[in-house]
Design a protein. Structure first.
Length: 168
């Protein structure tokens, strides 16, 4: 018997055979932590994937870049572009996907001083800071050289509606 006491003193048992009441308390805390972490992950996923992406600004900037690339050919103004053949020369189309009874009236572009106005002109009257209900409008201007080496300022205004799909 005396040897068992000495052996116990030198080799303490890390896993005692008798359990204390604290084990139940710790397991309840672990369960609570797991529930909080799992709930946080579900909440973050719902917030991230729950709202649609509003890509109207990106779409408007891409449309302006496409128009600017069409108007500038070999670093000079492209004289082939006119109001009559704008869509053919620039290879553009305002056709939209089938969503919410859209009738291809989701875009508007205006190019000055060429007086090119294409699309739904009513969209520019609704441009404002309230993007949830109104179209997204972008205006960008740039200078380009003509074939006569004169500077010409091109002002492009684009409006993208698509509010039913991109906003709640």
């Amino acid at each position: 018997m005396n040897k068992k006491k000495n052996l116990r003193f030198f080799c303490p048992s890390f896993f005692p055979k008798t359990r204390q009441g604290g084990d139940r308390t710790v397991s309840m805390y672990w369960f609570a932590i797991l529930v909080i972490v799992a709930g946080g992950i579900v909440y973050m996923a719902a917030v991230f994937y729950g709202t649609p992406y509003d890509i109207r600004e990106i779409e408007g900037n891409l449309l302006i870049n496409k128009i600017a690339d069409c108007l500038v050919k070999d670093n000079y103004f492209n004289d082939e572009v006119s109001q009559d053949n704008f869509f053919v020369v620039c290879n553009l189309s305002f056709a939209t996907e089938k969503f919410s009874k859209w009738n291809n009236d989701q875009y508007y572009i205006e190019i000055q001083p060429l007086n090119i106005k294409q699309g739904n002109a009513e969209l520019t009257s609704f441009c404002s800071a309230d993007l949830d209900k109104n179209p997204f409008c972008i205006t960008r201007g740039f200078y380009v050289l003509t074939n006569d080496s004169e500077e010409r300022f091109i002002d492009i205004q684009v409006a993208v509606r698509k509010t039913e799909k991109n906003t709640k």
